[in-house]
Design a protein around this ligand. Sequence first.
Ligand code: AMP
Ligand code: ZN
Length: 137
Amino acid sequence: MSNCVFCKIVAGQIPSTRVYEDDLVLAFMDIGQVNPGHVLVAAKPHVENVYALDDAQAAAVALACTRVARAIRAAFAPAGLSVYQANGAPAGQTVFHYHVHLVPRHDGDGMAFTWPVNNPPRAQLEAHAAKIRAALA
Ligand code: AMP
Ligand code: ZN
């Protein structure tokens, strides 16, 4: 847990671009995103996967995902939105701290821009997050 990147983000030890927060949930921009508005919705406690969520955490994540999804739609009007999670390395999970991906999908290649994974322009992330936050208000 002490080496968990998402625990460090929740604790503020690693900076993140936050879009939503409550007692149980933190939502922030995915730095690996290639689609504008890709958000991760994470449980705040270190819960490894869907199987380990308690009912209150499950409900809180679902509500946060719903609210942020609506805000992404309002901010970016994507043609579609993928909502998914991975559980276990064979399923593609790389960070073993429970989180849901909200990925706007656009027609065609649909990408307003791309950036190198793990090297996003912070100002661009912040600009997207500000639009989502405004739509949540
Ligand atoms: P998964 O592969 O489903 O476990 O998803 C892990 C996600 O976390 C990937 O989409 C990464 O781009 C993202 N990610 C990893 N490190 C960070 C970070 N420091 N800040 C924001 N997102 C991150
Ligand atoms: Zn963690």
